[in-house]
Ligand binder design. Structure first.
Ligand code: GAL
Length: 733
């Protein structure tokens, strides 16, 4: 049975049909239960973004909270005119258990994405359950920022515009009437021996199947390529463009012990300045509040008697202050009474759960935070616990249940998927009103998060997974913070710090450590003041490492400007840049940082690892040793060396490290010119670096060039104050 499907704006869909017609449509659906229906109309909603809807639409969808798309930039991407093939043959079905969409799958096709997946990279043959959860249970798709959005190696992306738990079967199941399964790209068909079964061969069913449980309809968006990188550029621009952090947000960050008092914070913070170790942000953990679980959002007067003075001294010392909190509002909070009517019908830790999908709720919570903290000089918040650990906490109280009801009409399931994103939006909107950029930390996020300046973090701690999450962040439009906290050894400390330095957010989270982790990494001994005999030696190594990060800031800032204006993920899988190279299709322990640097972290005690170099010549960042690409090498690196490799033809702008970044900072830059082939045009981005004036065209691109053994700088734009001073050119052959 074939139906004509019509397309409406999500918000008008439910009001469009007269009631009687709606009932008639339902009746027909009931009769046709289990029959496969084919959608026939497809609409283009932005350059290269196509929408297909089927059945009764959900009232509230992720796109309702989306920022405006940058359609001008989207229209400059290749493609965008022809209906993607994948859309032409989608089959839909409504079962009692929910709606199903079936999409064609080529046996040689590979899939990536599903948001910030933790322990998987290539997704073909897997079943994914897209559900926000702080505990990553097994390998089923749960994550802090899972997303019903995958990207195909054939150069398109499929997004289910739903806040419900969505299940994806990525060729993981075989239907009885399917005939013989097609072979996958390794020539495997179905498993018929125990060996084949356990080696997971033959995962090659004909189709991708998507289920939105309980729903009677579905909306799917398809993002065109032609390459996977183009898909992500389009997605990020459609979401509103990638977030441009304030420049200080790329600096080094330290979060101090939960129990610290105001005096201890002040004493401790002088450490970085006295020892000339760079640090831009200082974070306070739960102890700053009078009630933390749930949150009062009031200073604990016993421990922090004069918060205004603390803010002013820390500001004078050029620290940005960040406050830990979560969104469950304690009965003693000044906003408890006003926010309760705009909250869900279940408590968490005795606190109200604000319905941030409502503008009124956002304004109650936002105004209070603005007047009490933001306007007084708090630069950032760490938004904890917004993912919920409900799933494996039989006691429940770690989150609201799925059966919760919110005043907007959302239920607990929908709210769990959207909560972290809406929470970020609530506070970032307040910074925007002050024309100030923030860079926050957040433990949950969802679709269309690209424009939000925040980095995801976790309580899990596998270094290997952390690297995978940097890579998967490029398929998700989020930043990932592989923060350093529990440390096993000196070597673990340095290698983890290196990974943090090669990420969007370099954070050391010492919420349970009294002393610096490089003075003693063992938690118990640290808190008993039993410091390492070589603490001072280690300190020098850490200092150098943080300085390397500081020298990369101009390069990283330009990568983030490309994220904002062109949608290019600043951190991404090798397969995005080298889609034709088979060797990188499953490579989940190396990644690109910006256009020119490849990172290959050393993890779990390794001092030697295999590094694959794609075509071209590459240079070791530390020694300038050359590697010819198209090959794998076994690389050994000492702890003093950074596992970074620079592409031939790069002009790498390296800054003289500063101890902190202020609005008057000007970086002295040395441009390193790698190799003999023509250099690629490389640019730096200059703007005010702390506010939103760049949105009024107040910025300048610095185009760096190298010709006839001479460097050139061409400034193009309207920013008057310089951020960079190009002082030196160095040739690396
Ligand atoms: C956790 C969080 C940690 C730390 C701790 C304080 O939920 O992930 O980073 O902030 O709370 O209680």
């Amino acid at each position: 049975m074939i139906f004509l499907i019509h397309f409406f704006k999500p918000s008008t869909m439910t009001n469009f049909y007269p009631k009687a017609l709606k009932q008639a449509v339902f009746a027909v659906f009931a009769v046709l239960l289990c029959s496969t229906l084919k959608a026939q109309q497809i609409t283009k909603i932005a350059p290269g973004v196509w929408k297909i809807v089927y059945g009764e639409q959900e009232k509230i969808k992720p796109s309702d909270f989306k920022e405006a798309a940058d359609e001008t930039a989207m229209s400059k991407l290749p493609g965008g005119t022809e209906t993607p093939d994948i859309l032409k043959d989608i089959k839909f079905n409504v079962l009692n258990s929910g709606v199903i969409a079936e999409l064609a799958m080529d046996p040689t096709e590979r899939f990536y994405g599903f948001g910030l997946q933790v322990n998987t990279f290539e997704q073909k043959g897997l079943r994914r359950e897209i559900r926000t959860n702080s505990q990553i249970i097994g390998n089923i798709g749960f994550s802090h920022a899972p997303m019903p959005f995958y990207i195909s190696s054939k150069g398109y992306g499929v997004l289910v515009n739903s806040s419900r738990y969505v299940n994806f079967y990525m060729g993981s199941q075989h239907k009885l009437n399917e005939g013989q399964p097609k072979s996958d790209d390794n020539g495997n068909s179905s498993a018929s021996t125990a060996n084949a079964l356990y080696n997971r061969q033959g995962r090659s069913s004909a189709n991708v199947e998507i289920q939105v449980k309980g729903a009677r309809g579905i909306e799917i968006l398809v993002f065109e390529g032609p390459t996977m990188k183009n898909v992500m550029e389009r997605y990020n621009l459609f979401s509103g463009g990638g977030a441009l952090p304030p420049l200080w947000g790329l600096g080094f960050k330290y979060r101090a012990k939960n129990t610290f008092t105001e005096k201890e914070v002040l004493d401790f913070s002088s450490y970085f300045r006295d020892n000339h170790i760079p640090c831009d942000m200082f974070g306070l953990e739960p102890g700053w509040q009078s009630a933390a679980y749930s949150c009062s959002y009031i200073w604990n007067k016993d421990k922090y008697p004069t918060p205004d003075s603390l803010i002013s001294i820390m500001t004078d010392r050029n620290y940005k202050l960040s406050l830990w909190e979560h969104a469950y509002v304690h009965p003693t909070s000044p906003i408890f009474a006003s926010i309760s009517p705009f909250s869900g019908n279940y408590k968490v830790w005795n606190g109200a759960v604000p319905d941030f999908s409502l503008p009124k709720t956002r304004s109650i919570f936002g105004d209070y935070h603005s007047n009490t903290f933001i306007k007084k000089g708090i630069s950032s918040f760490k938004l904890d616990e917004c993912d919920g650990a409900y799933y494996d906490e039989a006691g429940g109280e770690w989150s609201y249940p799925d059966i919760a009801q919110f005043p907007s009409g959302m239920d607990g399931e929908q709210m769990r998927q959207q909560f972290g994103l809406l929470y970020q939006k609530t506070l970032l909107d307040e910074y925007k009103k002050e024309n100030t950029r923030s860079m926050m930390e957040v433990r949950a996020s969802y679709l269309f998060a690209s424009p939000y300046n925040a980095a995801l973090y976790t309580d899990m701690y596998s270094h290997g997974d952390f690297v995978k999450m940097i890579i998967n962040s490029g398929f998700s439009g989020v930043n990932w913070s592989p923060e350093v906290r529990d440390i096993k050894s000196e070597e673990d400390l340095i290698r983890r710090l290196q990974t943090a330095a090669m990420s969007s957010h370099m954070n050391v989270n010492c919420w349970f450590l009294k002393n610096l982790p490089w003075y003693q990494f063992n938690r118990e001994k640290n808190n008993k003041d039993e410091l390492l005999p070589n603490a001072k030696e280690l300190e020098q190594k850490v200092k150098k490492l943080i300085e390397t990060r500081m020298s990369l800031i101009p390069y990283l800032y330009a990568a983030f400007a490309d994220y904002h204006y062109k949608g290019i993920p600043p951190f991404r899988a090798m397969v995005m840049d080298y889609p034709e190279d088979k060797e990188v299709w499953k490579l989940d322990n190396q990644y690109m940082m910006g256009e020119n640097i490849m990172c290959a972290p050393f993890i779990d005690g390794a001092s030697t690892r295999d590094v694959y170099f794609p075509k071209g010549t590459w240079y070791d960042f530390n020694t300038n040793k050359k590697y010819e690409g198209g090959k794998k090498y076994s690389i050994t690196m000492s702890l003093a060396e950074f596992p970074m490799f620079v592409k031939e033809g790069t002009i790498l702008p390296l800054a003289k490290p500063v101890e902190y970044i202020t609005p008057t900072t000007v970086f002295d830059i040395t441009c390193k010119v790698y190799g003999t082939v023509d250099t690629q045009p490389v640019h730096l981005f200059e703007d005010n670096s702390t506010n939103f004036d760049y949105q009024q065209n107040k910025y300048t691109w610095l185009n760096l060039g190298w010709k006839n053994s001479k460097g050139s700088v061409v400034r193009d734009g309207k920013q008057v104050k310089k951020l960079y001073n190009i002082v030196k050119w160095e040739k690396v052959d």
